[in-house]
Write a protein that binds this ligand. Sequence first.
Ligand code: CP3
Length: 343
Amino acid sequence: MSGDKKLLRSLRGEVQAVPPVWMMRQAGRYLPEYKATRAQAGDFLSLCYTPELAAEVTLQPLRRYGFDAAILFADILLVPQALGADLWFVTGEGPRLSTITSDADFAPIKGKDDIHDHLAPVYETVRILSRELPDDVALIGFAGAPWTVATYMIAGKGTKDQGPAHALKAENRPLFDALMTRLTEATIEYLSAQIEAGAEVVKIFDSWAGSLKGEDFQKYALNPARQIISALKARHPATPIIAFPREAGDNYIGFAKATGADCVAIDNSVAAEWAAEHVQKDGCVQGNLAPGHMVTGGQDLIDETKRIVNAFSKGPHIFNLGHGITPDADPENVHVMLEAIRG
Ligand code: CP3
C-alpha cells in the first residue's frame, strides 16, 4: 500500500528511527550509467523528452543505492519552453533562454492550459515510473517555483545575484507581476497533471528564494507557494507537497504553516540543530547535508551525516543533501552516507 512507503510516512508526520533518504540530482553526471544514457539520448533536453530514457535514468540511482524515493527526471526550465520560450543548453555553461525584458517579449507567452502538448512526454515518464518503481519507493514530481523560473526567463540564463529579475521587478512591476502570475497558474496545471499521471509527492524548487529580501520574500516566494499549494490541495488533497525556498534563512520559520506545505526542505547554510528547533516544530523537514561531503568523503562525511540524523531525530525528517549532488562527487561516498544513516 502506497501509504506505507517510508517517505510518505515522514510526510504524514511520523517520527521514524531511521529516516527515509534520497538525494537532489540523484540521477546525474556523477554516475557513469547516467552519462552513458545521456550520450545515447544525444543531449540533455532529448533525454528529458524521451520517456523511456528519462525513466531509465530516474531508476539508475535506485538500482545502485536503494533510495526511498525517485524524483522524476526532467528540468524546471521545461515549463518556460512549454510557454513558448526558446531553451537550449550550452555544454559546460548551463541553460540559455530567449529573454523577457519588455511587454512585447511577454505578449507571445502562452496561457496555462496550452502547456500540456509540449509536456506530454514528461507525463508519460511519470506513468512509466509509476508502473516500474519498486513497491517501497515513492515517486516525486516537481516544478520550479515562479520566482526561480522567472529569474531564468528574464535573464535568459543563470545569474549569480538574479540582477536582471530584480531590475525588471523595480522597473516594470506590471510586467514582472504578469509573468509571475502566468508561471503560478502554469505550475498548478503542470503539477496537477504530474499527480494525475502518478506522482505521489510533488516538490517546488525555489532555488533563488534567498535573494528575495523583506516584503519581497512574502510577495514572490511565500505567496506563490501558498497559491500553488492551496490549488493543488483543493484538487489532490491526499498528495503531500515539499517546498524548498533555498537559502531562506529566518524565512524558513513558519513557511510550512503559511503555505500549507507538508514539508520544508532546508539548504545547508543553516544548522540542522537550528532547523530542528525552529522549523521542525511545525512538521516534517528535509535536509540538509552539504553536497561537498559527497566529494570529500571520509570521517567528516560520516560524522556530519550522523549529526544531522541525530539533530532531526525527535521529529519527522527526510534525509537529503542541502542542494544537488555535483558531477565531481564520488559515487562510493553515497554508500558511505547510506551506511551512516541506516547502520
Ligand atoms: O534531482 C533530480 O535528479 C531530478 C532532475 C532535476 C534536474 N534539474 C536535472 C538536471 C531537477 C529536480 C532539476 C531542477 C533544477 N533545474 C533546478 C532547481 C534545483 C537546483 O538545482 O537549484 C534548477 C535551478 C534547474 C536549472 C538547470 N538545469 C541548470 C541551472 C542546469 C545547469 C547546471 C548543471 O548542473 O549543469 C540544469 C541542467 C540539469 N538539470 C542537469 C540535470 C541532471 C545536468 C545536465 C547534463 O546532464 O548536462
